[in-house]
Design a protein around this ligand. Structure first.
Ligand SMILES: CC(C)(COP(=O)(O)OP(=O)(O)OC[C@H]1O[C@@H](n2cnc3c(N)ncnc32)[C@H](O)[C@@H]1OP(=O)(O)O)[C@@H](O)C(=O)NCCC(=O)NCCS
Length: 165
């Protein structure tokens, strides 16, 4: 497996992260620049990045104020896909956080395979839940006994523009 160095976001990563977002998602799916810019403030968002030969190969964007911690975006530069970069990012997050969750478009089979391979479990949800008709929710707990815990009650409905990945 190619070696990816996973580390926490640093301000100089911002431009490369936005570029990876741009080449990885359609214009409707892309987050506004301001969301990534908020990584420079003391807000709820954090990012982990994967480096290869000194360049950014991928990133994961997290909201650490939610419980479980929500992965709001993960993306890998096209030329680095299927080489273990996404797995390396997720494995790092799984070390750091006991409980993770994410929303993924139902047709994103590459991403869904990756999450399932790493032990994320799809929640049974009804169509009225957050993005229920279009997205699956996956969770991963270090302690698997709480896998089917309901989502926190005060979570506002979100869209790719402010909540999904
Ligand atoms: C989803 C995404 C982040 C996955 O990242 P990735 O770096 O390709 O993920 P990995 O390489 O770890 O795993 C992908 C596959 O490559 C395989 N793989 C891992 N290391 C490998 C290697 N060294 N050589 C060949 N294949 C390898 C994995 O086994 C996996 O196979 P599978 O699809 O049969 O399970 C990436 O496809 C992406 O950026 N997609 C666009 C944005 C997106 O959809 N993000 C997710 C939104 S929910």
């Amino acid at each position: 497996m190619r070696n990816y160095r996973i580390r926490a976001f640093e301000p100089h990563d911002l431009k490369a992260i936005k570029e990876i977002d741009r080449v990885s998602f359609s214009s409707e799916q892309q987050y506004p620049d301001e969301l990534y810019d908020s990584l420079l403030t003391d807000g709820p968002l954090r990012a982990a990045v994967a480096e290869s030969a000194g360049a950014l190969a991928g990133y994961a964007l997290l909201d650490i104020k939610t419980q479980p911690v929500r992965i709001r975006s993960i993306a890998v530069v096209p030329g680095h896909r299927n080489k273990g970069c996404g797995s390396a990012l997720l494995l790092d997050l799984m070390e750091q956080y006991d409980a993770l969750e994410l929303l993924v478009e139902k047709g994103n089979t590459a991403a869904i395979r990756l999450y399932e391979r790493l032990g994320f479990v799809r929640l049974e949800r009804d169509e009225n839940s957050e993005l229920g008709p279009t997205h699956h929710m996956f969770r991963r707990f270090k302690n698997a006994s709480c896998l089917n815990e309901p989502p926190p009650p005060n979570r506002a409905a979100t869209s790719r523009a402010d909540g999904t990945i």
